[in-house]
Design a protein around this ligand. Sequence first.
Ligand code: ZN
Length: 197
Amino acid sequence: MTVPPLFTASGWIEVIVGPMFSGKSEELIRRVRRALIAGQRVQVFKPKLDDRYHKTDVVSHDGKRFEAVPVEGSEGLYAALDRPFPHLVAVDEGQFFDDGLVALAERLADAGVRVIVAGLDMDFRGEPFGPIPALLARAEFVEKLTAVCVRCGAPATRTQRLIEGEPASYHDPVVLVGAAETYEPRCRRCHVVKTER
Ligand code: ZN
């Protein structure tokens, strides 16, 4: 049994952002796997409400699969943390967490933990999303990923929301019951947000 090397005294924060379909979770998983190969203790979390989005399925290097643990907000995340803290705490769909995620990420990084948060930097309106902007400002390392615009092939930085096939309005609620909703990656030019109600 090899003992993982002592970690550096200081932790840090990494943030992975981009629109839907830009591979944020893939990149998160890639980094998690590297840490697992190094024998580090890792915990992966996602917000509890996340069921309609993709799963974060991490395969550890001994072949065991594990999924991101759903937690109720930043307090739920803190309560679910191993003691002593793991080397790496990874958070997927970070945009759905409360603002407490920012202070928690800072606290963990101060305590020597490597923190990785993946999430949407902008909502379907193109507005900064949840705690992600504050995390971007405080992070040591930031990666902005792009998808491919389905309209013109340019780098897609925005998420287009379509309701019954039509661009969503700025004031449409985030959750619409019974409506057929789809999302697609688009560039700045092709991203459409209707402003009338
Ligand atoms: Zn485009």
